[in-house]
Ligand binder design. Structure first.
Ligand SMILES: *Cc1c(COP(=O)(O)O)cnc(C)c1O
Length: 371
C-alpha cells in the first residue's frame, strides 16, 4: 500500500488549496436567502449573451472530441492581437499555460523561477509540484514593484520570471516603460530567461494601451503574454485562457499540452464572447465605474484603499477598529463573501471584487453598518 512516505518530498510538502466556503454552505450556515459573492474577480454581469447562445446552440456537439490545436480560436485571437496564429497558446484556463510553461522551460532540480512576494499563488505552487525552486522578491511597502531587486534575483539558472500586471492581489499596474526596460535588462542579463507577463486584468486598466506592451504591439524576443476568458469575458467556469508566445516555444506548448484540454463548448463560447462587443463594453464601463464607487465609499468609511487598475480593490479596515479577519467573518454572516489575503501572507488586508451596482451598494451599506 502506498503511504505518505512513499510520495516525493515535493508532493508531501503541498498544502491543500482552500477555496473558502461555497455560496451554498454560507446560505445554509447563516440561514440566508441571498448571497453576494465578491471574492473571485468574476464578471459582475455574468456570462456574455452571445456565449450563452453559442453554448446552447452547440450543446448537441458535446459527444464529439474538439479539434486538436483549436485552430479557429487561435485564428481569432491572432487577429485580435495582430500576431501570427503560430504564436498563440490556448489552455484550460491560463493556469494550464502557467503549469506547462514551467514544465517546458525548467529542468527539475536545475532551473528556478523568480516572482514577487506576494503574487498569484499558481506560479510557486506549480513550480513546487514540478520540482522547481521559486525565488521570491518582496514588493515595495506600497505594493509597487522594485524591478532592480527582481533583476538581482535572476541568475544563470533562472528560466522564468513571472510578472502580474495589473497585479493580484494589490491592483498595482506598473508604467509600461518600466516593464519594457525590465524586459530588456533581463534579456541582457540572461537571454534564456523568459519574462511571463500575466495580463489577466489588463483590459480593466484605465488606459490599456498606456500600460500593456501587448496592446501596443511591443512583443520582445523574451516575453510571453497571458490573458484569460475568466474575467472580462465572463467565462471563468468554462476554463479558458491563452498566451502569446515566441513561435518556437508555442510549438512545444502544443506538443506538451493534453490534446483536448479546451472542451468543445468552451471553444464555441470563447469564439462567441470575442464577438460580443456590446457585453464587453458594458463590462468595462461597469467595472471602472464600480471601482470608483467602491474606492470612494471605502475611503469615506476610513479604510485604507490601494489604487487599483483591476476589477478588485485591496483594502485595510480603519486603524484601531475591527480586524480584517473579524470584518471578513461579519460580512459572511450578512451574506457577503469577499477574499481574505492570509494565504498571500497579508492577514491584515482584504480584497473585494467589483460587483454590479446593486452588489456594490449593498456591500457599502453593510460595511457602514459594521464599522
Ligand atoms: C484570475 C487570474 C488568472 C486567470 O486564471 P484562469 O486559469 O484563466 O481562470 C490568471 N492570472 C491571475 C493573476 C489571475 O488573478
Amino acid at each position: 500500500m502506498i503511504e505518505q512516505s512513499d510520495l516525493p518530498e515535493r508532493i508531501r510538502a503541498l498544502v491543500a488549496y482552500s477555496p473558502g466556503l461555497s455560496m451554498e454552505e454560507i446560505r445554509q450556515k447563516y440561514g440566508l436567502a441571498n448571497i453576494i459573492k465578491m471574492a473571485s474577480n468574476e464578471n459582475p454581469l455574468g456570462c456574455p449573451p452571445l456565449a450563452r447562445e453559442a453554448i446552447v446552440r452547440h450543446a448537441s456537439s458535446a459527444f464529439r472530441y474538439p479539434r486538436g490545436g483549436n485552430p479557429r480560436l487561435a485564428q481569432a485571437l491572432a487577429k485580435k492581437h495582430g500576431v501570427n496564429p503560430d504564436q498563440i497558446a490556448i489552455g484550460n484556463g491560463s493556469d494550464e499555460i502557467i503549469d506547462l510553461l514551467i514544465r517546458i522551460l525548467c529542468e527539475p532540480g536545475k532551473r528556478s523561477i523568480v516572482c514577487f512576494q506576494p503574487c498569484f499563488a499558481i506560479y510557486p505552487v506549480q513550480a513546487q509540484i514540478n520540482g522547481i525552486e521559486t525565488r521570491r522578491v518582496p514588493v515595495n511597502e506600497d505594493f509597487s514593484f522594485n524591478f532592480e531587486r527582481l533583476l538581482n534575483a535572476v541568475d544563470y539558472a533562472t528560466r522564468i520570471c513571472f510578472l502580474t500586471t495589473p497585479d493580484n492581489p494589490s491592483g498595482y499596474c506598473p508604467p509600461k516603460k518600466m516593464v519594457r526596460d525590465f524586459a530588456r535588462e533581463l534579456y541582457a542579463r540572461n537571454a534564456k530567461c523568459i519574462l511571463v507577463i500575466d495580463e489577466a486584468y489588463m483590459d480593466f486598466a484605465p488606459e490599456e494601451k498606456e500600460s500593456s506592451l501587448l496592446a501596443s504591439g511591443e512583443i520582445l524576443p523574451n516575453t510571453v503574454f497571458l490573458r484569460t476568458f475568466s474575467k472580462s469575458y465572463g467565462l471563468a467556469g468554462l476554463r479558458a485562457g491563452y498566451g502569446i508566445l515566441p513561435e518556437e516555444l508555442a510549438s512545444f506548448f502544443w506538443r506538451a499540452r493534453l490534446p483536448f484540454s479546451l472542451n468543445i463548448l468552451a471553444e464555441e463560447a470563447c469564439l462567441a464572447a470575442l464577438e460580443d462587443a456590446a457585453f464587453r463594453e458594458t463590462t468595462l464601463k461597469t467595472v471602472k465605474k464600480g471601482r470608483e464607487t467602491l474606492a470612494s465609499g471605502l475611503i469615506e468609511l476610513g479604510c485604507r484603499v490601494f489604487p487599483s487598475s483591476a476589477n478588485f480593490l485591496m483594502f485595510a479596515p480603519p486603524a484601531n477598529s475591527i480586524s480584517a479577519g473579524e470584518l471578513f467573518e461579519k460580512l459572511l454572516q450578512k451574506g457577503i463573501i469577499i477574499r481574505r489575503l492570509t494565504s498571500y501572507g497579508l492577514p491584515d488586508l482584504l480584497r473585494v471584487s467589483v460587483g454590479n451596482s446593486r452588489e456594490n451598494r449593498v456591500f457599502l451599506s453593510v460595511m457602514e453598518e459594521l464599522l
